[in-house]
Design a protein around this ligand. Sequence first.
Ligand code: FES
Length: 376
Amino acid sequence: MAKDSPAPAWIDLGAVEGLRDRPLREIKAGSLRIALSYCDGQFGAISGICNHVGGPLGDGTLDGEYVVCPWHHYKFHRSTGDGEPGYEADRVPQYALKVENGRLLLNPKAVKGRNHLPHPPHPLARDPKREPGGIRVVGISTTVMDESYPRYSTSETLLGYALAHAKEKESCETRLIRLNALKFRHCEGYYSKSAKACTWPCSITEMDQADQMEQVYEALVHWADVALIATPIRWGAPSSLYYKMIERMNCIQNQITLRNEVLIRNKAIAFIITGGQDNIQAVAGQMLAFFSELGFVYPPFPFIAHSLGWTAENMERNVEYVRHSTALRQGASELVGRAVHIARDLIEQHMSSEHIERGGRKAHNPAHHHGDVPSE
Ligand code: FES
């Protein structure tokens, strides 16, 4: 240090003895959040704020010499702040430490500053702007079956009628997604760690290129003007694959909570619900509530449904009924017709393109808690 430089202001972190008891902790040093580690008789101090989306590094774990972020598991060297091998330049600030009179002191002037390696944004992160062209309809079938020995599905069959009608009679582009054919992970609860840990695109999608939920996101957020969701009733509820899908869609809703970003605009949605037994209204209620939270708009009479009722245990008869029902086939066509109609109106009038006031809602004023990574 040059002779006339002012002496650095060291900050007292506490008694050395008391700081040796844990391999990793978050500790405040003035306004700094520090990830303080102690391993093999050596302390290390780096910023406690992760480079990714600001996860609390001091609450993470140690993997050898690396601090593992508790949110999405990025790693930084516990003493130098460098990223893990191969990503060394993606680093968090490193701070100097010294021991005096049994006290651990930290110099708040970083030895090395933060450096973000530029990462190309995920393709899903683009602005959800509607491409020009005719109305686009995606059908999502949520029924589960053995792909090697497919069975007749009443909900998927009616969805097929609806898509065919959209294509042939309404001149729409159509796309069918069968969740059963996709490989995708369950939601792993990033939101349960912190709202800011639940990112858009989904943290799993960003980390796991093999995860095929991307196809659902792409269709619903970017491509489609109309979505049709078809589900069987399983014990009075939509199918397990339906729930697996919508849990992964928490990240879409969370962007409204965190940053007032409504990703779903000017899109209509409708539902096809079939079951051997009853509970149609409860299933429809769940679906209507969930998709309204994302910003979808409903046509009048937004679902069609069929069941034989509580005392009916004859599934063969149920399948035969749906197979030969012209009323249900026609109902599926009319359902998609209503949804296409409302989507056309929404697009022409840009009904929900502007800021949407949402007073009385849990996330109607999120400006005070949006989360960017603070800089040192
Ligand atoms: S890995 Fe640290 S915030 Fe995502």
